[in-house]
Write a protein that binds this ligand. Structure first.
Ligand code: S3P
Length: 434
């Protein structure tokens, strides 16, 4: 699908955001492993969490949608069934890596596959600790397809070599079926939804964070509520801040502190963002967000421990930086090169096509802001966050921008194009050149 986005100086409205993708995956997996029926309120229609559901169905998990909730009947410890075919994780790294952790300790063989993008992403990072626990895992040249022959696992203490919540969660999920206590040590904190949802304590010790799980621990079926996705909100926060006029409000947004660094960085750049009606629901903080046309943003330098907190938001941060005055430097973000695309290269590609001055570094980007962007023909390269970041850049460019591969947005935000059209004024976004 090709989408054309026209410039829109004024934005206003209250876009409805999709449910948080990271929390949705985990809510479904933990419900499937629990004993009893869990109700998940606000499950996501996005393609990635739907990939998790279809894999769980193949593992014998029953679920039904009723009154706007998803009810999942858990199969209890060790209760998942041998799948009859490979489990297709689609584009979803979280599905593949978390399920690998679950399957490593179950007594059957399974195969995890994915689309071309997912089949190019590194999987040794989960295979290594799972093998250390005794799992029998074969990769295809370091990638998916992954064949897992489940075994009895031994607990380990694992120091994460990369800050990754997916690797952390895979090890903790494998730890559920190990005999004894498995510990993951992080030197840079990554998102902590797994710990919160499983009620695991984390201990900070000598600048490191230790999270432990006791094998054989039962997961209780419970009501789980999925807040709106702060990563999806980030596109509208940037759009609202860069607009010449108007206010955008978003309600019920998950504001887990391990996910909100972009809001702080945008604030430091001069964006006028207000957090309202802060509350806690089912162990996750939520709030309403308001952003107003901000004007006069300035460049920033970011790197170090903050990076995992805003890793998914860097493409849209680069768009902000292109409009800000002065230089923005993003370092320590080499992980971006192994996301759905090489997001350092692909972000530089679309912003350069739009006239930005942007330089690729091995671990980040340097952007000289302030050159006005112009409409161009750009490619999402199959990456949802690139499709949406390019659309936000297009709103404040001169002339129309054509985005090829715009359908990728549905991986995390199925209603994105309509939501954008609604805040920017009908007709700003046209599909297939219509
Ligand atoms: C996620 C963790 C992050 C993030 C991804 C979702 C998760 O990946 O980029 O979009 O839900 O655990 P890594 O764990 O590979 O950093």
């Amino acid at each position: 699908m090709t989408v054309t986005v026209h410039p829109a100086p004024a934005l206003a409205g209250s876009p409805v955001l999709p449910p948080d993708k990271s929390i949705a995956h985990r809510a479904a997996i933990f419900a499937a492993l629990a004993s009893g029926v869990s109700e998940i309120v606000g499950f996501s229609e996005a393609e990635d969490p739907q990939s998790t559901l279809s894999c769980l169905r193949q593992l014998g998990v029953e679920m039904e949608e009723r009154d706007g909730s998803l009810f999942i009947t858990g199969r209890g410890p060790g209760g998942l069934r041998t799948p009859e075919a490979p489990l297709d994780c689609g584009n979803s790294g979280t599905t593949m890596r978390l399920l690998a952790g679950v399957l490593a300790g179950l007594p059957f063989e399974s195969v995890l596959t994915g689309d071309a993008s997912l089949s190019g992403r590194p999987m040794e990072r989960i295979a290594a600790p799972l093998r250390e626990m005794g799992a029998d895992i074969s990769l295809t040249d370091g990638h998916a397809p992954i064949t897992i022959r489940g075994r009895e696992l031994t607990p380990i203490t694992y120091r994460l070599p990369v800050a990754s919540a997916q690797v952390k969660s895979a090890v903790l999920l494998a730890g559920l079926s190990a005999r004894g206590e498995t510990t993951v040590v992080e030197t840079e904190p990554s998102r902590d939804h797994t710990e919160r949802m499983l009620g695991l304590d984390a201990i900070d010790f000598d600048g490191e964070r230790h999270v432990s799980i006791e094998g054989g621990r039962e997961i209780r079926a419970r009501l789980r509520v999925v807040p709106k996705d702060v990563s999806a909100a980030s596109f509208f926060l940037v759009a609202g801040a860069l607009a010449e006029d108007g206010v955008i409000e978003m309600s019920g947004v998950g504001l887990n502190p391990s996910r909100t660094a972009l809001i702080d960085v945008l604030g430091a750049m001069g964006a006028k963002i207000t957090t309202m009606h802060e509350r806690d629901y089912a162990g996750e903080p939520l709030a309403n967000l308001r952003v107003e046309a901000s004007g006069g943003l300035v460049g920033v330098e970011i790197g170090g421990a903050i990076i995992p907190n805003l890793i998914d938001e860097i493409p849209v941060l680069a768009v902000t930086a292109a409009h800000a005055s002065g230089q923005t430097v993003i370092r320590d973000a080499a992980e971006l090169r192994v996301k759905e695309t090489d997001r350092i290269a692909v972000t530089a590609e679309f912003l350069r096509a739009m006239g930005a001055t942007i330089e690729e570094r091995s671990d980040g980007l340097v952007i000289q802001g302030g050159t006005p962007l112009r409409g161009a023909e750009v490619h999402a390269r199959g990456d949802h966050r690139i499709a949406m970041a390019a659309a936000i850049a297009a709103l404040s460019a001169s002339g129309a921008t054509t985005i090829h591969g715009a359908e990728a947005a549905s991986v995390s935000f199925p209603g994105f194009w309509d939501a954008l059209d609604a805040v920017a004024g009908k007709g700003t976004v046209s599909m297939d050149g219509a």
